[in-house]
Ligand binder design. Structure first.
Ligand SMILES: C[S@@+](CC[C@H](N)C(=O)[O-])C[C@H]1O[C@@H](n2cnc3c(N)ncnc32)[C@H](O)[C@@H]1O
Length: 266
């Protein structure tokens, strides 16, 4: 159903740069049904403007912004830990497959952890999210960070470098995983939409409209175990029966958190 709807893209000016960006969107596999509206009428899904590309969420227009990744990386650079990185145990030079890209927060943190010699392949079922995030990563240097201090600047620069290590691939992850050779990535990560949602921050609200809400398939986990050299990691709501259903061992920690991380060591 996600892939059946045409993506409506509006472009605000016919500048060569904006037309080039539009052409890029039209070439994205899941977006090839793009319908362009330059005037009023139907609310566009994406708007390409001189200030960047915006995703429509109700009355709001949201730009790609690594806001949560920035906050989490600032904490890390400040000596604090991050449960996602503890769960994945990513190291410099590792290869990560993020099977549920979403808005790319954890793909960016993973790309930071694996460093210059590592890489991240990010899979996303929603064509509009895959294209929106890849475009945001391609144009990362054009995003203007707000007020800066030394920590923020260091985190921003590190994320800018990390953004170049992520390759986004549109498609259903089980189908994509089947085509990936055995033992070819260190970690495979799943963060599916929760079976029951908790209260969410504004930054991830757009995920609800555009994302695939189906439960994670056992087959995808089996494929991930075949591909991973070190571990397969699942993020889910605290006490979710999904961990047991899919064979993950819940890691301790996060006493006050609404989520848990589960691991299968391979
Ligand atoms: C909770 S979000 C992931 C958030 C992400 N970790 C982040 O940091 O932004 C889950 C994403 O996985 C995608 N997804 C769900 N099932 C999928 C599947 N079978 N194949 C590929 N992507 C899938 C959804 O469309 C959604 O964008």
């Amino acid at each position: 159903m996600l892939n059946d709807k045409p993506v409506l893209i509006k472009i605000t000016h016919s500048d060569p740069e904006l037309l080039k960006r539009l052409a890029w969107f039209q070439q994205q596999p899941g977006c090839n049904e793009t319908i362009i509206r330059s005037g009023d009428g139907d609310l566009p899904d994406l708007t390409i403007t001189r200030q960047g590309v915006f995703l429509t969420n109700g009355a709001k227009q949201l730009p790609f912004h690594p806001s949560m990744a920035l906050i989490r990386l600032m904490h890390l650079l400040n000596g604090r830990s991050d449960r996602y990185l503890e769960a994945t145990q990513l190291k410099a030079g590792d290869t990560l497959i993020d099977a549920t890209l979403g808005l790319g927060t954890e793909a960016l943190l993973g790309a930071w952890a694996v460093g210059d010699k590592g890489s991240v392949l990010a899979l996303e079922q929603s064509p509009i999210l895959a294209a929106f995030v890849q475009d945001g990563l391609n144009h990362f240097t054009e995003i203007v960070p707000d007020a800066r201090n030394n920590y923020k600047q260091a985190a921003w620069d590190a994320l800018e470098r990390a953004s170049r290590r992520i390759e986004v691939r549109w498609g259903e992850h089980c189908e994509s995983l089947k085509r990936i050779p055995s033992r070819s990535a260190h970690v495979v990560y799943f963060d599916p939409m929760f079976r029951h949602t908790c209260k969410q921050s504004d930054s991830i609200v757009p995920l609800h409209r555009w994302s695939d809400h189906n439960p994670l398939h056992h087959e995808a986990v089996l494929e991930a175990c075949r591909i991973a050299r070190n571990r397969v990691v699942l993020k889910e709501r605290k006490d979710s029966p999904e961990f047991q259903r899919l064979g993950f061992n819940i890691l301790p920690g996060g006493r006050y958190s609404t989520v848990d991380y589960g691991v299968i060591l391979v």
